[in-house]
Every structure is written in C-alpha cells, then in structure tokens.
Design a protein around this ligand. Structure first.
Ligand SMILES: [Zn+2]
Length: 399
C-alpha cells in the first residue's frame, strides 16, 4: 500500500504515520466481495463469484441497494416475477428464447400493487413506476403476426408503423385500426436478473436474507461487509457454493468496538424440502474450518419440515458446544419468510405476529442484533431445540 513506509491497521482503522505536514495520500477501498475473497484466500480458501451470486448482485444494483429491497420483499411479488420468468428458456449454447405470451397483462400488476398499497406492510407501499425505474418491468404490446400467427411482444421502444415478427422475420403494419382497443393488450415483461427462472436461481432468498441482517436487526446500529454467492474451494475437495458470506459488526456502543463476526449462509426459496443433508454437510465443513463462525439457514417459506428440523437441529446441537471463551463453536441461525419479508425491523414483525416470537423480544434487554441471541431464539422457535441457558435444577452445581 505504501512504498517504504509503515501502514498500521488498528481497531480504529487505517493509520498512516506522517513525516511531512500536509502531505496527501490516496486510498482505494475494496468492495465487500474483494475483501471477503481476499481474506478467504489468506485462510487458504479459494473463492470466486458464482452465477447465482452475480444475479444477486445485479438485483441489488437494480433496486438501488438494501434500502430498495422493499420492492421484492413480498411473497406475491416474487411469485408473480417467477411466473413471468418461466416464459424464458435458456439453451445450452447460452441463447435465450422469449415467449411473449408469457409476458403478463398490466392488470395483474395493477391488482398486485393495489393489494400491497392497501396492506401497506410496515408502512411501505411500492408503485408500478418504482418497478419500472428499478428496471424490473418494461411495458410493451402483444401483437399477433398476420403471417405466422406468432404473438410478438414489442417493448414501447420497438413500436412503429411497421413492425417485424421475431419468428418469421416478416414485416407487417401496426394494426392501427384493428387493435383490440377495449381488451387492452398492454403487457409487462421482466428484465435482466428478474427474468431468471427458479426465483432468480435462488438470488431473491439470498438478497432478502442479507437484507435481514443489514436492515432488519437495527439498521442504525449494524454494518455488514458482504459477498453474495461464491464458489469455495478448500484443499483438494470439490468446489461448493456458499450463498452469502459477510462480516457483521454492531456500531460502537459506549465506546466499545465489538469484533466483527464472520457469517456464512445458505438461502432457499419455497421448495417444501429445501434444506438437504448435503447443505448441512457443507455448513459443517465451514464450521470446522472457521471455528466460532455463524451459520445461517434462510428460506422464503414459513416453516421447516420435520426432516429439515432434525438435520439442522442435530448440527445446531453440535454447534452449541462451548469454546474456551464461552461462546458456541458453531452458532446456527434459522430465518424464514417472516424475517426475510419483514422489510424492516424483524423485532417489529415478531411483535405483530404475537406468540412465542413476540414473547422472546418483549423484554427490553433482549437485543436480536446480538447474533448469539438471534441464534438462541431462532433455534428454539424454528428447530424446537431447548433453551441453551436453561439449567436443570437438580443438576450438580459447582460451588
Ligand atoms: Zn410471423
């Protein structure tokens, strides 16, 4: 970084001792992804961005970062986007074929936006313009080709007095007199990363899980430095995918700077049996390599199946074993649609739901921005594990 001069990285940040008054220096900060990849390399793990990781990044850029994720933090919205994406087919050679008939009438989106603004979940209501500005949707018209009968979708920029059929490549006149004026053929189509099927290859779940940590646990108090999906290679083993990796740090409280925590996560969409044994085994591998790191299992659905609870629960119990400093060796956090779709404070969402989750966060001293607390609570709520701090009264006590 500096030629022939010391640079000190301290708890307070970067320190560049100076010899001369008013001598300027420049800094180039790494992106979160570069920092994570570089650090992993120093730990002997080769990592590189994966396809789903790139899609997740594109989604975040499109919506304008975590503050814009409210657009997609909604079950029906993600399901409608996914339904539209099924109209795309990717061939082995990489070409994309689009099925314009799978674009969707504007009315479907108007209805959805209407429902969302009525519900105003957590005081937030998106607009159709918001989706257009974020380049999620583009408006167009569906016209049938008079030669081959194929229905073509034309974006507004592609409309003219003469249009060309994308299948037979014949030109035909825009039906200025015979358009179905009363049954308006205006359709929206999804763009870019939002047009990728299977819930954007799982990227919605990753983005919303990261958002839950970045904004959901007390956005004014938390910093995360993250990388979306990475392909990890450890030693001679086969490479494997990690959906997100980040450092988590609560901002300075009472002049006490906390150590950043390392977190790895696996994110799933809506499939009934989402988490498989292989997923747990991969997390276990990371837990053994990075002692003390947090392991997150995040899903867009509301509950885990019994099979999932058993597999993740066994792993979580193993992870509860204490290290020399008293912290668990592999704290497991489970997040569901309740947290991922909260679009704001998770605590607020839990209080709204009531019941066990609400009881957990009612006492003011309980802070879920403390990840160990979040792990304890979510293990009890979603995996049915006992309270790790509960003591059995008859157990022999050390005096
Ligand atoms: Zn045609």
């Amino acid at each position: 970084m500096r030629i022939g001069e010391a640079a000190i990285i301290s708890r307070e940040g970067f320190v560049l001792p100076q010899r001369y008054k008013e001598h300027g220096e420049y800094f180039r900060l790494l992106t979160g992804e570069q920092a994570v990849i570089g650090w992993l390399k120093s730990q002997g793990v080769e990592a590189e961005p994966s396809d789903p990781g790139r899609i997740a990044d594109q989604i975040l850029v499109s919506v304008g970062g975590f503050w814009g994720t409210g657009l997609i933090a909604d079950r029906d919205t993600i399901k409608l986007l996914d339904q539209m994406s099924k109209g795309m087919r990717r061939y082995i050679d990489g070409t994309l074929e689009e099925f314009p008939d799978r674009s969707i009438e504007v009315q479907r989106w108007k209805d959805l936006i209407g429902r969302r603004s009525k519900a105003k979940a957590f005081g937030y209501a998106p607009t159709l313009d918001g989706f257009v500005r974020a380049r999620v949707l583009r408006l167009g018209l569906v016209l049938e080709c008079p030669n081959c009968r194929k229905k073509n979708w034309f974006g507004i920029e592609g409309l003219g007095e003469v249009v060309t059929c994308e299948r037979c490549l014949k030109e035909y006149a825009f039906p200025q007199g015979s358009l179905a004026f009363d049954r308006t053929p205006w359709h929206y189509r999804v763009l870019g990363p939002f047009s990728v099927p299977n819930y954007a290859e799982g990227a919605y779940a990753s983005v919303l899980a990261l958002n839950a940590f970045a904004r959901g646990l007390g956005s004014d108090r938390v910093n995360i430095t993250y990388a979306t999906g990475l392909q990890f290679r450890m030693g001679t083993e086969n490479p494997f995918e990690v959906d997100f990796t980040f450092w988590y740090q609560r901002r300075k409280m009472f002049d006490l700077q906390e150590e950043p925590l390392l977190v790895f996560g696996e994110a799933k969409s809506f499939a009934t049996e989402s988490f498989k044994e292989g997923d747990v085994a991969r997390m276990r591998k990371l837990a053994e390599r990075f002692t003390g790191a947090f392991l997150v299992f995040a899903t867009l659905k509301e509950d885990l199946t019994e099979t999932e609870k058993t597999a993740i629960g066994d792993f979580a119990k193993w992870g509860r074993e204490r290290l020399a400093d008293g912290t668990p060796r592999a704290p497991v956090i489970v997040l569901t649609g309740t947290e991922l779709f909260a679009n704001g404070e998770v605590e607020h969402a839990w209080k709204n739901i009531g019941g066990q989750r609400s009881d957990f966060v009612r006492p003011a001293r309980v802070r879920i921005d403390n990840l160990w607390t979040l792990a304890d609570i979510t293990q009890q709520v979603y995996l049915g594990l006992p309270d790790p701090h509960a003591r059995i009264a008859t157990a022999p006590q050390k005096t």
